[in-house]
Design a protein around this ligand. Structure first.
Ligand SMILES: [Zn+2]
Length: 300
């Protein structure tokens, strides 16, 4: 997204790097959240990832749509349509960007799932101990910015390079569903990662979110948003993939087609799989088995 042009058009005062409070590779505005005490320009938007973060109140997300939603006081859907108008690849190359050498971890991670509302939440979504073990999930306790979330490590080539923290409360739009490790504190920024990457063999199903991957299992990877990046495609290219199936949520047919179209130039076969409604995460185990069988996956 061309965020600078958007701020220009909206008459939103922004500061570029070199100004006070603004790091290299970021663009800053006044934090728009009502509970924040920012009187200057502490809301930083990373020009490379368009992830954003307020240095006063700590609110942040890797998806720019949540910030646009707040700035425009509009729905998430409307925010996404605005972003589309300022399209171009979401990435803005910032050559100064340097990944962290050590992955930063959120505070409050626990080892114990016993009697936790985190486990209740997972169960309510149809997941359980098997998912916890397979994806090395951990509950985050009741304190700190990441409280009441599930820690979801992201591995690339067996190395933890980034993470997400999934909300378990889901009280309307108050809480952001997924917080990600900030790009400058990640070994790989979230929008260059593919969740469950190491499980890919010769076929891949590409979904949006980590819960979709939990449901679909081996061979499924998540891009974290509907806005896949060039880096994610390059990562896929490193695997010996023959067939790719794009399986985004039912509200993202346009992005599904775009990704399938891009991948069809790289792999022998690429197509998008249309869902009538909802997310892949809503499928039952039987539906998943049937689907994977139809796509030619080995079912164990
Ligand atoms: Zn703020």
């Amino acid at each position: 997204m061309n965020i600078k042009q958007y701020f220009e058009d909206k008459g939103i005062d922004y500061k570029v790097s070199g100004s006070k409070n603004v790091s290299r590779g970021w663009i800053n505005i006044q934090c728009p959240f009502s509970y924040c005490t920012d009187h200057s320009n502490h809301m930083g938007i990373n020009l490379r990832s368009t992830g954003w973060h307020c240095w006063i109140c700590g609110t942040g997300h890797q998806d720019i749509a949540f910030l646009i939603k707040e700035l425009e006081k509009c729905s998430l859907g409307k925010a996404r349509s605005i972003i589309k108008k300022y399209d171009g690849d979401i990435l803005y190359r910032d050559e100064d960007y340097k990944p962290a050498s050590k992955l930063w971890m959120p505070t409050g991670i626990k080892n114990d799932w016993n009697h936790s509302i985190h486990l209740e939440y997972l169960k309510s979504r149809g997941f359980g101990q098997k998912t916890i073990d397979k994806f090395q999930l951990q509950p985050i306790g009741e304190y700190g910015y990441y409280r009441y979330r599930i820690f979801v490590p992201i591995f690339i080539n067996n190395k933890m390079v980034c993470w997400q923290a999934a909300d378990i409360i889901r009280n309307g739009s108050e809480r952001i569903p997924y917080l990600s490790c900030p790009p400058n504190k990640s070994i790989m920024p979230i929008n260059e990662c593919l969740y469950n990457y190491d499980s890919i063999k010769d076929k891949v199903i590409i979904v949006e979110g980590v819960t979709d991957v939990w449901r679909l299992g081996d061979g499924a990877v998540a891009t974290f948003t509907k806005n896949f990046t060039r880096e994610q495609i390059l990562l896929l290219k490193k695997k010996n993939i023959k067939e790719a199936f794009v399986f985004y949520d039912s509200d993202a047919v346009g992005q599904s087609k775009k990704l399938a179209n891009t991948l069809s130039g790289i792999f022998d076969h690429a197509e998008y799989v249309a869902l009538d409604k909802g997310d892949p995460a809503d499928l039952t185990d039987d539906e998943v088995k049937k689907l994977k069988k139809e796509l030619g996956f080995k079912i164990n």
